[in-house]
Design a protein around this ligand. Structure first.
Ligand code: ASP
Length: 353
């Protein structure tokens, strides 16, 4: 057995004591100083609307970043969806009608207006739907369909699956009767060309820390000579609905962010991230998909509403807690009210009764 020399033992003890004295003990939880309450309330979000409204109700959005000049789109979508409710349709039927309306409006990044990706050709879209009974379905990175949100409904109605992606989702859509069309539009092409101008300058800068996607080029064709700007060109369209008998549904659709690798999927088809619905209401998001997924955003807001926080307050809080450097917007409906909040302008619509 090894015996520690008594002198060495006393040196070790002295060192231990010195260390304990040099580093003050961390205070126990109950001793910690209270966190000071901020004197100033956070500034209101750039977009904030909502209030109480009973009965049948639909809220729609055209994506965070879509200015008020586009508000006629989400308003018409909300009116259309409300007509579906009045005609006896379910909350899901109504939320689908709202989102299909916006998918068919080429000013918005979904369906017909979906972003063209880096190669100047590829259009990959995501969409999802959810009801308050916990029924969920989604498609991710689907191509060559006009209305991805209706394909999500076909996944829900015709298959045992929840989530279909890529070429399999595209082939499924064509198999069940969706037309094989590349949903491009003059608007999407103009947006693509506008982005083309600035990339060379951005990548030429020595001080940039942007992700250089050129190193990971994974599109089927060669990289275009005129590369694009790395910045977010996103947006999503979405609808939440409450039927007169108190059922809820949420739907979302997007062309994703344009400056991404082939196969990138954001928050939209991720249950609890881009959207969520349950007996306490429905929530749909837009914004920086990766950040929305990390925060499980729609489900977090839903839980606040389930705990009794009004929809308007719940979405306002969510925006206030989201890092300001990332775009975010939300729409929500609860048992007695509705809410819209975004940290940038966001075109939205509401129709009730
Ligand atoms: N959330 C979408 C995505 O990340 C884009 C957006 O809403 O702006 O794909």
């Amino acid at each position: 057995m090894r015996i520690v020399h008594p002198l060495r033992a006393s040196v070790l003890l002295a060192l231990l004591l010195a260390t304990l004295l040099a580093f003050p003990r961390a205070p126990a939880a109950q001793e910690r100083a209270p966190v000071p309450t901020p004197l100033l309330a956070p500034p209101p979000p750039a977009t904030l609307a909502g209030g109480s409204a009973p009965g049948a109700l639909v809220v729609t959005h055209g994506g965070v970043g879509s200015g008020p000049e586009y508000a006629d789109g989400p308003r018409a979508a909300a009116d259309t969806a409300l007509r579906v409710l009045r005609a006896g349709g379910s909350a899901l039927d109504a939320a689908l009608a709202g989102t299909v309306w916006l998918e068919n409006d080429p000013r918005f990044n979904a369906g017909t207006g979906a972003n063209i990706r880096l190669d100047g050709r590829t259009i990959q879209m995501d969409a999802s739907i959810m009801t308050d009974e916990g029924r969920f379905a989604a498609v991710g990175a689907i191509e060559r369909v006009r209305n991805p949100v209706l394909v999500a409904r076909a996944v829900m109605d015709s298959t045992p699956h929840l989530f279909m992606v890529g070429e399999g989702a595209t082939r499924f859509a064509h198999r069940v009767g969706f037309a094989d069309v590349v949903p491009t539009s003059p608007q999407a092409e103009a947006k693509y060309r506008a982005r083309m101008k600035r990339q060379a300058e951005l990548f030429a800068r020595a001080d940039t820390t942007i992700f250089d996607w050129r190193r990971y080029w994974n599109f089927p064709g060669p990289m275009p000579a005129d590369v694009l700007e790395w910045s977010r060109h996103g947006d999503t369209v979405g609808s939440v609905a409450r039927s007169a008998d108190g059922h809820f549904a949420a739907t979302l659709s997007t062309g994703g962010t344009s400056v991404t690798l082939c196969g990138r999927v954001g928050d939209v088809p991720v249950c609890g991230a881009g959207l969520f619905a349950g007996p306490a209401g429905a929530v749909a998001c837009t914004g920086e998909g990766e950040q929305i997924i990390r925060r499980f955003l729609a489900r977090s807001v839903y839980e606040r509403m389930a705990a009794g926080v009004p929809a308007r307050k719940a979405v306002e809080e969510a925006v206030a807690m989201f890092p300001a450097r990332w775009d975010v917007g939300l729409i929500a409906v609860d048992r007695t009210g509705w809410g819209v909040a975004a940290n940038r302008p966001m075109a939205h619509g509401m129709a009730s009764r």
